[in-house]
Design a protein around this ligand. Structure first.
Ligand SMILES: Cc1ncc(COP(=O)(O)O)c(C=O)c1O
Length: 417
């Protein structure tokens, strides 16, 4: 049987939510999470690595909705936290501490003490040797050190963290300092995260080989010095581009893992942590918006919708990530009018608020609905209060069991003030 595409699932979900009375007049846009797709991606990750001792810690920042975190935790996954607030969100979602990986580059001394006293067993990665100096002598968390591998990952500049001026990690070129720090501080974990939206799997693998080399060298040094401690965990971060998983085809994730198995088989001898965010979520979310209107400008149309740079900051401020668009009429059917070129404009009062330009789509009118498929990552979590627009309500969809539920209602942007 042919698989239902994400955009078709979105069309079904909108219709179902409407018939269940989950959508109200004020809902000019709605956000959706597909449970089935999220389960498929996270399971694919486990299967691709097939690692006997692994913790797949999905990055919270990519999708911090509390109900979604609860689901990830229920399925047994770990969570990567970029702030103490995210550590607390993870705990609230019911996770056990050893499945939390705390990676903030700017931890306060009191946050470190909080983790030491209250989140015993968690993993905490220091961002620099200077930060190691702040750690308790015998931490009640597993202490890691982040390394900047300085490889060229092909990530867009704003997401590339492995260049010379990166604020993240100790540069791999400072090898002696790294080894000395591993001898002096109770480090048992080494961490790299080279960038997000990395285009180059080979150099992403180079980074992990470099991490492995340091771990092996450090362990021999620890043996030579008669220290019983070892580097036992390698945290390889996240960073793979979003991809659509197709049944029967080798995924990019599987290619990445094959590359690692070939070049870095020792990875399967250490405990493994991964931190994939965007790859896990991008193709598991969708959104719909009323089309407010569409006007002709020269030979194309500007089509105004109710979500823009407030929801999809990355697409608007950096570059479109590959969201697909579709237009439905008010009876939930795909629009069949002639295709014209659309610039898809958001509702914010600034010139850059476009989600995509020159998109060929059927000509739209006021009562139509725009579907956006591929909005699952770095969208809801980046919600911007620019122009103070409401945060849309958030629904979850179990397409296989034909169920839709409300995760959170429409909220004012400054509701608690
Ligand atoms: C330390 C760390 N790990 C994991 C991630 C997730 O990256 P991605 O969403 O590209 O997989 C990030 C993203 O910024 C990060 O900073």
């Amino acid at each position: 049987m042919k698989e239902t595409s994400l955009i078709e699932e979105a069309r079904w979900a909108w219709k179902e939510a409407f018939s269940m009375g989950l959508i109200h007049d004020k809902d000019t846009s709605i956000l959706f999470q597909s449970w089935g797709r999220l389960e498929r991606y996270t399971n694919h990750l486990i299967k691709a690595f097939s690692h006997p001792k692994s913790l797949h810690a999905v990055a919270i920042k990519t999708q911090p909705h509390p109900k979604i975190l609860e689901k990830i935790v229920k399925w047994g996954f770990g969570l990567e936290a970029a702030s103490i607030e995210e550590v607390k969100k993870a705990l609230k979602a019911g996770i056990s501490p050893e499945k939390i990986v705390f990676d903030s580059p700017v931890k306060t001394r009191s946050e470190i003490t909080y983790c030491h006293k209250n989140v015993k067993g968690m993993r905490l990665n220091a961002n620099s040797i200077e930060e190691l100096e702040r750690m308790p002598a015998n931490p009640d968390f597993q202490l890691g050190l982040r390394i900047n591998p300085k490889v060229k990952t092909g990530a867009p500049d704003v997401y590339d963290v492995s260049h010379d001026e990166s604020k993240f990690g100790v540069p791999i070129t400072e090898r002696e300092k790294i080894l000395d720090a591993i001898l002096r501080f109770p480090v048992t974990l080494l961490h790299v995260h080279s960038g997000s939206q990395m285009a180059n799997i080979a150099s992403a693998s180079d980074a992990i080989c470099l991490l492995r080399d340091i771990a092996i060298e450090a362990n021999s040094l620890l043996v030579a010095k008669g220290i019983s401690r070892r580097i036992k965990t390698l945290d390889i971060g996240g960073g793979l581009m979003p991809e659509e998983l197709e049944t029967g085809e080798t995924s990019m994730m599987e290619q990445y893992v094959s590359n690692l198995r070939l070049r870095c088989p020792e990875l399967w001898e250490f405990e493994l942590i991964t931190e994939f965010g965007q790859w896990s979520y991008f193709f598991t979310g969708y959104a719909i918006s009323k089309i407010e209107y569409s006007i002709q400008k020269g030979d194309k149309y500007i089509t105004y919708i109710h979500i823009g740079a407030d929801f999809l900051l990355r697409d608007s401020y950096v570059k479109p990530r590959g969201i697909s668009f579709g237009i439905m009429d008010s009876s939930f059917q795909w629009k069949r009018t002639r295709k014209v070129s659309h610039d898809i404009a958001g509702p914010l009062c600034f010139a850059g608020d476009y989600l995509a330009k020159n998109v060929p789509l059927p000509q739209a009118e006021e009562t139509d609905i725009m579907i956006l498929a591929g909005t699952g990552s770095n969208s809801y979590g980046l919600w911007s209060r620019h122009c103070s627009r409401d945060i849309p309500s958030f629904l979850a969809v179990d397409f296989e069991r034909k169920k839709v539920e409300k995760l959170s209602p429409r909220l004012e942007a400054f509701q608690n003030f």
